[in-house]
Design a protein around this ligand. Sequence first.
Ligand code: LMR
Length: 336
Amino acid sequence: MKLKDCLKALVTVAALALPMTAVAAPAPIVIKFSHVVAQHTPKGQAADYFKKLAEERTKGRVKVEVYPNSQLYKDKEEMEALQLGAVQMLAPSLAKFAPLGVKEFEVFDLPFIFDNYQELHKVTQGPVGAKLLKKLEPKGILGLAYWDNGFKVMSANKPIKNLADFRGQKMRIQSSKVLDSQMRSVGSIPQVLAFSEVYQALQTGVVDGTENPPSNLYTQKMHEVQKYVTLSDHGYLGYAVIVNKKFWQGLPADIRTTLEGCMKDATKYANDVAKKDNDEALAAVKKSGRSQLIALTPQERAAWKKAMDKAHKDNMGRIGADIVKEVYAATGYNAN
Ligand code: LMR
């Protein structure tokens, strides 16, 4: 090839390469999704499912980095990180919103307020649920969805059946005043601890017992350091999926719409797996033989409900009587 032809060829190659450089894909939008539980839990699986959908449906324009098991932040820190924009998405338990200044979410912690998932969904999928999520906006947070977990068991190193069994037991709780009242109403001593600290606190005797749905109890191996698990279903634990408002509203509109669709589908997935995961976790606890499972008679359970109703009365003002009454109307709660 002559020099002239060589140069011509080079120019052609360069011209072809140029537009390729110019249209190189922009860096993906990164969503850091931090949470405190294990991957094989309702929340852990739903977070991973959201990641899968978001990355597929945006064709890689969005990358979701899921950080489970308090890897990145513990309970309190993750809320601060979201507000500062260090992470973009969380799904904290509904019991953890009061430190943000939104005490109304503690309505979900009221003992025995929901008898089953159907009653719960009347609230989370109804007008009260939507109204509660709106309360997050002045805090720079948007609430996208509620994700189910399940109904709590009570664990300890002594069998807890009758009210007298609670007396003097140091019980780990989440940072909710309603849960504090619930534990005091039966004579136990509540202690707030971050979720990541619970196993060790139980193992070393810093606390005697705790409450959580079986999926959390099992995946954190709490049953290995608790001799008894009472199947009380005395309260509910679930989540609100929340995002940094500025980040979410700053997304390109088409991306935001796609992500909203992914969240809708991940929510259905979360709520579909929640009961199954908890049933399986309970079966695994039983099979392990590490903790003894205790059933309550209807009379014993009624006695818990009656005593714990004090947590309703004492927190009516804190949560807001209007909210509590709206939930009572939806679920038909009655202390007796
Ligand atoms: C707990 O702290 O016990 C739970 O909120 C953990 C969780 O996120 O399920």
